[in-house]
Write a protein that binds this ligand. Structure first.
Ligand code: PLP
Length: 394
């Protein structure tokens, strides 16, 4: 028996495991400290009533013989796939329900989709970005190229026709930088992918946080994208499903490579390796698209975006260069001159009790930057920013 030695090429620890270890060590030596966690991108508001009511009703259905359901469809119940299609329609995107696959979250989809793509494809990954794209491709031993996201391009790298790629990851709004591609910029990626016969994996986990109506919330708002892009979405941040688990993956029927529909391969993959998301969770997810659900999740998103404004305002008052926060729940700020992002992590933890995320954990270009999230409670965000304002040197 041989192990998958690609795993030995991974960095030893996942970023958030390192943060947890450091925080635990700090708490052991400072048991009375009150920490404010603006680090890991988990939400703090509970599921909204429309969602929990729908889930409770679904629980009741499951307890009655006539309405009990066993295994559901691998690809998700029609009621949720249709609700998702309807929400795409409101963005001007026309999809068939069978092009939408319900899943247990975007992290699984961005990783599992690689099952249907050959191991010798060349992968293009923005640097910095959500670390899962890199790690899952290292696990498969693919050749990886990076496109640099820096202050020079506003953390929105554009395609370079001299660089060949087969699989391209795009994340907009971006984790960690908060940057959002415009339509024109996304159109350049779509043109590039079509020219190269590449595949874009578009991670739209934060689309619901876009406030500016001129910015695209789906790659399918760009003509031609249905022939070169898979889009992955999530209820995690939009509706507080981080612990409940539900997302979706769109594989358009027009998307073919080597004469084969990716849709057919994905359906085969899911039906073999996945047994679907629970009926109760899918009922809760569908409730997000009811009038009541929409209103309630928007109240939550508005609360988080209010936090983002408070953080951004503090950065401006302190004269700190930052990105994001307008159309995303992340504020990406520059560390003080000469300080690495882990050094800044230590300073904020030890002098202010604020836990953020060091930019270097998202890629080499993240060095010297730091991510704060708007997903804290309002009270904690205000308190964290008060502490931040009182910091002398940063
Ligand atoms: N994609 C991005 C860009 C993320 O930042 C995250 C979570 O932080 C995910 C996907 C994971 O989402 P999910 O909870 O749906 O697995």
């Amino acid at each position: 028996m041989k192990i998958n030695r690609n795993y030995l090429s991974l960095k030893e620890n996942y970023l958030f495991a390192d943060i947890s270890r450091k925080v635990a060590e700090y708490m052991t030596s400072n048991p009375d400290a009150t920490l404010i966690r603006l680090g890991i991108g988990d939400v703090t508001l509970p599921l909204c009533p429309a969602v929990t009511e729908a889930m409770k009703d679904a629980v009741d259905e499951m307890g009655i013989g006539e309405s009990f359901r066993g295994y559901g469809p691998y690809e998700g119940y029609d009621f949720l796939r249709e609700a998702l299609c309807e929400s795409y329609k409101q963005k001007g995107v026309s999809l068939e329900a069978d092009e939408v696959f319900v899943s247990d979250g975007a992290k699984c989809d961005v990783s599992n989709i690689l099952d249907i793509l050959a191991g010798d494809n060349v992968v293009l990954i923005p640097d910095p970005v959500y670390p899962v794209y890199l790690d899952t491709n290292i696990m498969d031993g693919r050749t990886i190229r990076f496109c640099d996201a820096t202050t020079r391009n506003g953390f929105l790298p554009l395609p370079d026709s001299a660089v060949r790629a087969d699989i391209i990851y795009l994340c907009s709004p971006n984790n960690p930088t908060g940057a959002v591609y415009t339509r024109r910029q996304l159109a350049q990626w779509v043109d590039y992918a079509r020219e190269q016969e590449a595949l874009i994996l578009f991670d739209a986990a934060y689309e619901a946080f876009i406030q500016d109506p001129s910015l695209p919330r789906s790659i399918y708002e760009i003509p031609g994208a249905q022939s070169c892009a898979v889009e992955i979405g999530s209820f995690s941040k939009t509706a507080g499903f981080t612990g409940t688990r539900c997302g979706w993956c769109v594989v358009p029927r027009d998307l073919t490579r080597e004469g084969v529909r990716l849709h057919q391969l994905w359906m085969r993959r899911q039906s073999t390796k996945f047994n679907g998301v629970s009926y109760i969770v899918q009922r809760g997810a569908a409730a997000v698209f009811t009038e009541k659900g929409r209103r309630q999740i928007h109240e939550n998103i508005d609360m988080y975006m209010g936090n983002a404004k408070i953080i951004a305002q503090t950065m401006r008052e302190k004269g700190i260069t930052y990105f994001g926060g307008d159309n995303s729940p992340y504020i990406w700020l520059q560390c003080p001159e000469g300080m690495t992002s882990w050094q800044y992590f230590d300073v904020l933890l030890e002098t202010a009790g604020i836990v953020g995320t060091p930019g270097s954990g998202f890629g080499g270009n993240g060095e010297g930057f730091f991510r704060l999230t708007a997903f804290g409670s309002r009270v904690n965000t205000v308190e964290a920013m008060d502490r931040f304002k009182n910091l002398l040197s940063c």
